[in-house]
Design a protein. Structure first.
Length: 225
């Protein structure tokens, strides 16, 4: 147990970095995913094709590669517009890359839930003379959200796991610190280090799953409120 506590103590300084990246990546994933899902419902065929092109690229790009592309590619891209973003914190590049990756899945979660809503719900909105915004906010939106919850939970868990890759752009997160700790003991405590690390990720994912289930228990199909 003494070794475990020493390992935990060595990982603790990097815990804040990992939690910060996870937290902001989740927020950015929600915001970007919601906006992308709205773009999909545009009546413009060009915009719709751009949406599906973005989804296709993000789903096909490994997060490790995307981290490298964002970290090295964004400064070059922005330089064409006269903007210098090389001084941005590495954490920000990591959050953008993780959010881009997972917002594609999040938007698809919402889209698939939206198309699963039966036509009778839309007919009911029309019968109640609700406009499009009112129908979405009071009838359709809540059903879409709760129907998508299980898949949203999976996406958030993926965000947690993707955060372990940020070391590739030089961020000393929990995973990178675990590697440093393992190397410092010349591999002697390597197994213990990575068991402690896996327990952290497991606990984080369990908390997310519990939160999703709590939200799911709050659903009410009581009609218009």
């Amino acid at each position: 147990m003494t070794v475990v506590f020493k390992v935990f103590e060595s990982l603790l300084p990097s815990l804040g970095t990992t939690l910060t990246i996870i937290g902001y990546s989740i927020i950015a994933t929600f915001v970007m995913g919601f906006l992308f899902s709205l773009i999909h419902f545009s009546r413009s065929k060009v915009i719709s094709k751009i949406y599906f092109g973005f989804i296709s690229v993000m789903r096909a790009t490994p997060v490790l590669l995307l981290l490298m592309l964002v970290f090295y590619g964004f400064p070059l891209l922005f330089s064409f517009f006269g903007l210098n973003i090389e001084s941005w914190p590495k954490n920000l590049f990591a959050i953008i890359a993780i959010a881009l990756e997972n917002s594609a899945y999040f938007s698809e979660n919402l889209r698939s839930s939206y198309v699963s809503i039966p036509q009778s719900q839309y007919d009911a909105c029309a019968a109640l003379q609700l406009n499009r915004f009112q129908a979405l906010r009071r009838i359709i939106g809540p059903q879409v959200f709760f129907a998508a919850l299980p898949n949203i939970g999976n996406t958030l868990i993926t965000v947690v796991k993707n955060s372990a890759y940020v070391y590739v752009i030089g961020i000393t997160d929990l995973y990178q610190q675990a590697q440093i700790t393992a190397q410092a003991s010349f591999g002697k405590n390597q197994l213990t280090v990575f068991i402690v690390l896996s327990i952290f990720y497991w606990i984080t994912c369990v908390l997310i799953q519990e939160l999703i289930e709590w939200f799911g228990s709050k659903k009410k199909w009581g009609g218009v409120r």
